[in-house]
Design a protein around this ligand. Structure first.
Ligand code: SF4
Length: 339
C-alpha cells in the first residue's frame, strides 16, 4: 500500500457515488455496468443499465436472448460488438462455468470482450480479489500523481503505471473500493480539464500539483485524423391510405465491419417513378473512433412501398437502428406524426 491509499479509501467512504450497480454488486451486474460505462458517461448509461437489468436480470437471460433483441436493447450505446461479445460470453459461461461468471482475472479474461480492466473490476468489486482495474481515469490520476512524462499509453508508461497501481493496492477485501474510488476521483475531482485539487484527498502526495503541472498531464501521442465519409441518408416513407399507418425503407448493414448487422437508411433514392415528394432533413456529423460520417438527410414520400419497406412501428420496437441515424429518424417521426 502507498501512504495515500487509506486517504483515498476514506474519501471514497464519504463521497462515493450512489449507483444502482453498486447495490448488490454481483459479478454479472458489475460486468454489464463496466462494459456499458466504457466510452459512455455514467449518467448517460444509467437508463440503459436499468432497462437491461429489467430484460436480462441474470446471466442466463442474456445467454438466451436473440441477438437482434440485444442489439435493440443496446441501441444508442454504440460499440455494438461489445454487446455481441456480452452475449457470446454469457453463452460460454452457461456451457463452461455452470451459468456463473468465473471469479479470477485469468479465467475472466478467457471470455470474449473481457480484457484486463473489466476482469480486474469484476474480480475486485464483486469477488473481493486483489486485482487492479486500470482505465483512462486511473491513467490520468496516476500520470498526475507521479508526473509521468511522455505518451501515457506508451507500452513503457502503461507498465510503469501498472507497477505503481499494484504498489498502491490495499488488501483483497478493500480492492474493489480502491478501484471504484479511483474511478470516482477521476470522474469527480481529478477530471480531464480543471481538476479540483483543493478538494482532492491526494493533494499532499501529488507531484503534478506540487509543480503546478496538472493541466499538461497526462501527455498523449497525437492521434491520426479521422477519415471523413460523405453519407447521403435517404429516408423513404409510404402512408397506407386505408389504415393511415406508415412504412419506412431500411436495409441491413453487412454482417461484418462497422455497425455490423444493424439497420440503416439507404444512400440511394427509391425508383424515380415512385417518388412523390422530397424534403430536406438537414445535416448531421456522427463521430466514430476512426471516422466521421458527414450525413445529409432527405425525406422521400413514395407512391408505392417496395420490398425493403417495413412498418414504422416494427422499426421503432424491434429493429436496431444505430444512433447515427437517430436525428433523421426523429425528424421523420415528427413529420409523419404531424408535429
Ligand atoms: Fe488530480 Fe489535483 Fe488530485 Fe493531483 S491533486 S490527483 S492533479 S485532483
Amino acid at each position: 500500500m502507498e501512504k495515500w491509499t487509506n486517504l483515498l479509501l476514506d474519501w471514497y467512504s464519504r463521497n462515493r457515488r450512489q449507483l444502482p450497480f453498486r447495490e448488490n454488486p454481483t459479478p454479472y451486474r458489475v460486468w454489464i455496468s463496466e462494459i456499458m460505462a466504457q466510452q459512455t458517461r455514467i449518467e448517460a448509461m444509467l437508463p440503459y443499465y436499468e432497462r437491461f437489468m429489467e430484460k436480462a436480470p441474470a446471466l442466463c437471460d442474456l445467454a438466451a436472448m436473440e441477438e437482434e433483441e440485444l442489439m435493440k436493447l443496446w441501441q444508442g450505446l454504440g460499440y455494438y460488438s461489445r454487446a455481441r461479445n456480452l452475449r457470446k460470453a454469457a453463452i460460454c459461461c452457461m456451457e463452461q462455468y455452470g451459468g456463473e461468471l468465473p471469479q479470477t482475472v485469468e479465467e475472466l479474461k478467457k471470455l470474449p470482450g473481457i480484457g484486463d480492466y473489466t476482469a480486474g473490476a469484476i474480480a475486485s468489486i464483486a469477488c473481493h480479489q486483489k486485482a487492479a482495474a486500470i482505465d483512462g481515469n486511473v491513467l490520468r490520476v496516476f500520470s498526475r500523481l507521479y508526473c509521468i512524462e511522455g505518451d501515457v499509453r506508451s507500452r513503457e508508461n502503461l507498465a510503469k503505471i501498472r507497477d505503481l497501481v499494484d504498489q498502491a493496492l490495499p488488501e483483497a477485501e478493500e480492492c474493489g473500493s480502491f478501484n471504484q474510488a479511483l474511478m470516482d476521483l477521476g470522474a469527480m475531482v481529478c477530471t480531464p480539464k480543471s481538476p479540483d485539487c483543493e478538494h482532492c484527498p491526494l493533494q499532499e502526495h501529488c507531484q503534478a500539483k506540487a509543480q503546478n503541472r496538472q493541466a499538461e498531464l497526462p501527455q498523449k501521442a497525437a492521434k491520426k485524423p479521422r477519415t471523413i465519409v460523405e453519407k447521403p441518408v435517404m429516408v423513404a416513407v409510404w402512408k397506407n391510405p386505408e389504415t393511415g399507418t406508415w412504412k419506412i425503407r431500411v436495409h441491413r448493414r453487412p454482417a461484418r465491419g462497422l455497425l455490423a448487422g444493424m439497420m440503416e437508411f439507404p444512400e440511394s433514392m427509391p425508383a424515380d417513378d415512385t417518388v412523390e415528394l422530397c424534403m430536406d432533413l438537414g445535416e448531421y456529423v456522427h463521430v466514430f473512433t476512426h471516422r466521421e460520417w458527414h450525413m445529409k438527410g432527405t425525406l422521400i414520400f413514395v407512391k408505392e412501398p417496395a420490398e425493403d419497406f417495413v412498418d414504422l412501428e416494427e422499426l421503432e420496437s424491434r429493429l436496431p437502428l444505430p444512433s447515427a441515424f437517430a436525428p433523421f429518424y426523429q425528424r421523420t417521426r415528427e413529420i409523419v406524426d404531424g408535429k
